[in-house]
Design a binder for this molecule. Sequence first.
Ligand SMILES: Cc1cc2nc3c(=O)[nH]c(=O)nc-3n(C[C@H](O)[C@H](O)[C@H](O)COP(=O)(O)OP(=O)(O)OC[C@H]3O[C@@H](n4cnc5c(N)ncnc54)[C@H](O)[C@@H]3O)c2cc1C
Length: 272
Amino acid sequence: MFMYDYQYHCPRSIAQAVALASDYPEGKFLAGGQTLIQTMKLRMAAPTDLIDLGFVPELKGIAADAHRVTIGATTQHAQVSRAPDIRQHIPALAHLASEIGDRQVRNRGTLGGSVANSDPAADYPAAVLGLGATIHTSERAIPADDFFVALYETALAPNELLTRIEFPVPRRAGYVKFKSPASGFALVGVFVADFGDAVRVAVTGAGPMVFRIPEAEEALRDHFAADTIDAGSCLVREDELNSDIQASAAYRAHLIPVLVRRAVEQALQRQP
Ligand SMILES: Cc1cc2nc3c(=O)[nH]c(=O)nc-3n(C[C@H](O)[C@H](O)[C@H](O)COP(=O)(O)OP(=O)(O)OC[C@H]3O[C@@H](n4cnc5c(N)ncnc54)[C@H](O)[C@@H]3O)c2cc1C
């Protein structure tokens, strides 16, 4: 089966990429192509134009200090998993990136592509929400709590370009996922971050989009230990969870407190 025809564009700056997106409203940004090219091959997407972000230097790179880690949109998962700055400041984020898909996916797929795509089973959204990151775009800065809107839907406007993501450095954090053996995607994945005065718990894979669990966050803020968490501190409505060929909603609901506990244990082990 062949893809529909499209025009290929190769901008060299953010301004050029955004201008092309406005000239071709039925076009799409192309990052690692790990999702977009497949959907085009399956004829589930038929953009008139592909705007390749791979030659825009402003979208690449990693910067870090003791307070924040900033990662450019086209930084590949493999680069995030190996970056010494990320391993030092937010090891749970490097670990999360190392668990995405397989080697080929990690070498091509990008942070910006994954977060803009907002697959309900993707890993990065858990870190973005769990760390309370800020998503920078060609237009504005969007807090993580306002970014994920619905299934495959974010706050990004159609031609808005995600440029970089700024992650605050927590005191300690952990990420654990129960993965689909076929793809590596999360059946359920949990990111826990302890900032001292606040704890954030974000769950991916379980529902139509990533979400937080306020009861678990409050319990962990008072006492950051795995045995703080029981089913009562992870109140989620089973009828709002995904149920599919891989796992029922009840199974996913059962996994959530189990994985919150494991993520807390991982955070405690990683504590400097
Ligand atoms: C076999 C396989 C296994 C996988 N396993 C996992 C897994 O375990 N965990 C996981 O999280 N993911 C997994 N993925 C998905 C992978 O992480 C992809 O990299 C990711 O979904 C899309 O990133 P990309 O850079 O390839 O984006 P693309 O496919 O190029 O783009 C995806 C979408 O985002 C838009 N877009 C891209 N960049 C930007 C930007 N900067 N601003 C605005 N819009 C943008 C595109 O227009 C497109 O609509 C897997 C993929 C495959 C093929």
